[in-house]
Write a protein of this length. Sequence first.
Lengths: 296, 292
Amino acid sequence: MKRRSVGDRVFVATNYLLILVFTILVVYPFLWCVILSFNDGRDAQLGGIYLWPRVFTLENYRFVFSSGDVLTAAKTSIMRTVVGTVGAIFVTSIFAYAASKRDLVFRRAYMLLGLVTMYFGGGLIPYVLVIRMLGLYNSFLVYVIPGLFAMFNALVFMAFFQTIPASLEESAKLDGANDFLIFVRIIVPVAKPVFATIALFVAVGQWNSWFDNMLFVREKSLQTLSFFLTKMVNAQRFVDETMSKFQTGVGRNAVGMTTASLMLATMVVTAFPIIVLYPFLQKHFAKGVMIGSIKG
Amino acid sequence: MVLPALALLILFRYIPMFGLQIAFREFMFNKGMLWSPWVGLKHFRDFFTDPYIAGVLVNTMGISLLKVFLMFPVPIVLALMLNEVRSASFKRVTQTISYFPYFISWVVVALMARSWLSASGGLVNDILVGLGILRKPVLFLGEPNAFWWIALVLEIWKNAGWGSIIYLAAMSGIDPELYEAADMDGARRIRKMVSITIPSILGTVMILFILNIGYMLSGGLYGSNFEQCYLLSNPLNLPRSEILDTYILRIGVSLGRYSYATAVGLLQGVVSFILLLAANTGSKRLTGESFL
């Protein structure tokens, strides 16, 4: 690099500073919530906590982890995320693989059928009625089945599959392998990054999803963690009740806890898997999004 | 291999589309979608005389327009700024952090927002009172007029970082020779940004703008309006937080007016599609960029 003009230097410095400010504004409010979740709830109401808990306590987390509701909900959330993601990847990728073959019979019709759904839909109420009609009400399957296929994800898969040279498959075909075997043995290993990307997005969507739970599932044992959290957000009373039950049930004094501090602890628990897995997966999705955006 | 996907499309996409006809019927559970009595345009007439609908539409459009004007440019500016960063590690760290909230659910964000905005020990009140800007803590979520702004700021916090990724992708496709040529001419960085980077991403900007207009009545560009309004509403701010999607949910699912709610949803869908087409045509005329 040669000499830089004063103007450029000011520009560069301002630029770094502004990005730094933005980054802090993103990360700090989140950290603040985490800090507060480790602080005594009553004390937190006084304010003035910025960088470190003032009255450190693990009570909020003790309460969250000893509440059977949270643990059951976490189990359901893990189940729906695993089953939903594996299923969606399977259904979407085999569709995309078949549809990326030019010689597929009725290929254009299948594509059209899928593309239309990206722009038109029946809206909320007809969807609710169809779910009821299909008997998916109050069943774990309602978390999984409707989300098994999304055209957008199929398009991302297709964009990748089309870049795979045909010669790769032809040699296997000569050895007598059928389409499905070729897909599993040859395509899947080559297309790992796109599988990782879509899996990440589907999994995050599954983990964060609460609306289907609210609409279709009353059964308490099938409650998801995200929905449990919305109930906390919506009804302070709900939390108060749970807390009083806890206090009488276990017979210990929980004076320092407030509904707010408990919500924060539950929030951290809900966000935890994403926080932990995020840095590892981040490099994958950046690549995947590039693939998706080049296509679009 | 395509069969499972096709079956799912028909069951969960096409049958509900077919079910839209209950907007013209008086839906009854015992008669079902096909045999409930036909009432023609009754529910559409009801729509225009619904005393709540004006307020709902104002909120739907208000929140969306606020986001179009004040949220939409943020990821573009952020991408332009990140594009000027030469230090790879600084870029990676800031990008990793700024994408992060996109993956956190609105439920979690709504819950955090309650803490930030709380009148007892909330971060925002704490700072504003501490700096002497406010004399006493304000119950922000109870102020109807603050709601749209809260929705805007939370949207920027959650999605602006992620939104920049698509512009960065567009910038990575710019031919480096353009910058080299500009260097030869002794162009300053700001000059290169204005004359090379910005024109190169204009197509991407226009496509996202079209989508933004198309989603104005529904979820918004990042699909967050419903969850924001549903999760952060309370009886105090409801006059400013009720939007079409929450209204459809309330009258349809909670109050059981299935047919009327379907009619409102159908109108929403039709107008959204017209908006999308109009924005697309407008963009094609003005910049030559189109989406459909």
